[in-house]
Design a protein around this ligand. Sequence first.
Ligand SMILES: Cc1cc2nc3c(=O)[nH]c(=O)nc-3n(C[C@H](O)[C@H](O)[C@H](O)COP(=O)(O)OP(=O)(O)OC[C@H]3O[C@@H](n4cnc5c(N)ncnc54)[C@H](O)[C@@H]3O)c2cc1C
Length: 342
Amino acid sequence: MNPELDIIENHPLDALNTMALPARAEYFCRVNNCADIQQALEFSRQRQLPISVLGGGSNIILAGNVSGLVIQVALVGISTEVKGKDTVLVSAAAGEVWHELVLNMVAQGYYGIENLSLIPGLVGAAPVQNIGAYGVELSDCFVSLEAISIATGEATHFSARDCQFAYRHSVFKAEHRDVYIITSVTLALHRQAKVDITYPTLRAALDDQVEITPQLISETVCRVRREKLPDPAIEPNVGSFFKNPVISQTQAKQLAEQYPDLVTYTQNDDQLKVPAAWLIDKAGWKGVRRDNCGVHPQHALVLTQFGNATGGEILILANHISIDIKQRFGIGLEMEPRVLGG
Ligand SMILES: Cc1cc2nc3c(=O)[nH]c(=O)nc-3n(C[C@H](O)[C@H](O)[C@H](O)COP(=O)(O)OP(=O)(O)OC[C@H]3O[C@@H](n4cnc5c(N)ncnc54)[C@H](O)[C@@H]3O)c2cc1C
């Protein structure tokens, strides 16, 4: 018999989001297993409460108090199954810490996610935006996930195809937003070391190394990230605030006439990706402070707050940046984190 789930009223969320924004959940619970999830769903059904799902809070902006029930996913457990000569299937529960899973896999000699070292957050959120870094995305090794329908409580299986992964995108950011609680994720990793060092920053950081192993990649990615990215525990942030916009070749050509130093990356035959950081930096926003929040002085893509900001202030700053970028370059910026509450 599963013990009664502890559901707390008026629970503070300040310490549960890496932007350290002040907000409270009308109701809050932490679920450790599927029976807890069913109890939480029953509680919300009886009171007709909306549900918000929370992982590590590293990709959310709390615009104010969150009405309804906030469910923090805390299911743990990792299992592995060797398949053939080179593959191992790894299933991790949604509440496992992503970076610890990466370290665990590298230590066991299972490879494929070492480039994704040190991305904050939990395993269950990784498919939501198809986390990516240093030339690798979750979708490169993703096999499937298990989820529970918020409306019916039924367990559902999603293949990679069902998830409709794209750059920082999946079906869970679109038509299945707030529809499922992801409970576990299965990845196919390699047992023979294969490395991907195509990403220029990573290649440069590994320059003088002779033998490049997945362990070395993980260590290097951690080192570079620690050097480059502000630690949310010291400077609250959610990582990249905007996605890198994709523009047409024609628009890129026109922009390059005006801005010869325009940076672009090929996306496909017709489209190019422009670093949002380049646009924001070029527009002079880097280091700009507005009251309690601002653009990080070293990272144009990172918004931070200085102690007393509200989610509303962050969103106003983000909106000003977006409007300015649209006016200057004719390019729309899309926010990466999810806004909750308000
Ligand atoms: C310093 C820093 C660096 C970062 N670097 C990167 C990076 O390199 N690459 C990258 O892709 N991201 C990066 N991020 C963003 C973030 O770490 C990832 O998006 C991460 O996957 C979010 O995990 P989380 O558990 O904190 O999710 P949360 O912030 O708690 O939630 C994010 C979204 O996922 C939903 N969600 C969470 N768990 C579940 C679940 N079990 N079921 C259903 N929905 C769920 C939430 O409802 C919300 O919509 C960075 C963030 C920070 C602070």
